[in-house]
Design a protein around this ligand. Structure first.
Ligand code: AKB
Length: 321
């Protein structure tokens, strides 16, 4: 990875992946691109930035050529709950951006990273210790349909054209820089903000609902580790299960209570999100990622909660939230 392009730079992952990669590979070697320049002011001040609609193949291709890009991170996505409000738009954006990335990668000899998700699994998938290679046929969301399609397309471009495509199935990602938007796992971010702001939280996912979750620093390390992995060691490519922790709302609330003893949580379950959560794994088996490229997460629920509450409290004290 010498010249990197990150699409969707203003999103939850992109906004942290850009500075992470710039710190490793140099500011000028990491080009941030997003449909909204407004969202990316900080990123644009620190290094190259391009305003780009990833569905505009010509403009996208011109940027890849302009900077002599060799690695594309396609982080453009409409998340699971938002996708259900407009499935056609979700398909057009999620698959349109991916197809452009693959076509352009083929023409310019680029590697491509595209995130998949626990959303690539459905009701027929084994819920516990979900295997790397398993049933993905009963997906209940357009987001999931896009993720499965994305995995297949990326593997196809690798086998057919030799494109270096790689991917991980991200759990719900928890972070304090940019809020996620329209995901099923968003409650696990919102709880920390409401705990600091109000000492209380209304949870839209029911108690007893387990999902895989991950703290952003581990997610960023996973991306770099996978993209730097020796290709001869990779038996899989699109996409690796990666796991760090699995909890239900009661467990994260109990962890918050250790720091804010008066914290109160009540439930107002969102039926759409709950149905999606019910169709996803309780916890994934990530043995292949550990064996093929050394995946090894650092954060668990306890250490993540300590750090999240500390960082969100600092934002609150500074009047930023
Ligand atoms: C979502 O909830 O849609 C995402 C995901 C797990 O892919 N956070």
């Amino acid at each position: 990875m010498k010249k990197i392009l990150i699409l969707g730079a203003g999103g939850q992952i992109g906004s942290e992946l850009v500075p992470h990669l710039r710190a490793i590979y140099g500011n000028n070697n990491v080009v941030a691109a997003d449909i909204s320049a407004e969202k990316c002011k900080v990123l644009a001040e620190a290094g190259p930035f391009e305003e780009l609609n990833a569905l505009d193949g010509e403009a996208y291709s011109a940027i890849v050529k302009k900077y002599n890009i060799d690695t594309i991170f396609n982080m453009v996505a409409l998340l699971s709950a938002t996708g259900e409000k407009n499935p056609k738009l979700a398909w057009d954006i999620n698959i349109g951006a991916l197809l452009n990335s693959l076509y352009i990668a083929k023409d310019n000899n680029c590697a491509v990273f595209t995130p998949s998700s626990i959303g690539a699994f459905g009701n027929d998938t084994p819920k516990n210790n979900t295997p790397q290679d398993t049933l993905q046929r009963s997906n209940t969301t357009i987001y999931g349909v896009c993720k499965v399609t994305g995995e297949l397309l990326s593997d196809y471009y690798h086998h057919r054209f030799g494109i270096d495509t790689r991917s991980v199935r991200f759990p719900g990602l928890i972070s304090y820089v940019t809020m996620p938007g329209g995901g099923t796992t968003d409650y696990a971010v919102e709880i920390y903000y409401d705990a600091i702001r109000k000492g209380a939280f209304t949870c839209n996912i029911d108690k007893g609902t387990y999902m895989d979750m991950m703290y952003m620093p581990d997610a960023l390390n996973a991306v770099v580790q996978l993209m730097e992995a020796d290709p001869s060691k990779l038996k899989h490519r699109n996409s690796f299960n990666i796991a760090a922790m699995s909890f239900d709302p009661e467990q994260i609330a109990a962890e918050v209570c250790k720091h804010i003893p008066d914290f109160k949580m009540e439930y107002s379950v969102d039926k759409v999100k709950q149905a999606i959560a019910n169709s996803w794994p309780n916890n994934m088996d990530d043995t292949c990622a550990r064996e093929e490229w050394g995946w090894n997460p650092q954060y668990n629920l306890k250490s993540m909660t300590e750090d999240m509450l500390d960082k969100v409290k600092k934002q609150f004290d500074a009047g930023l939230i």
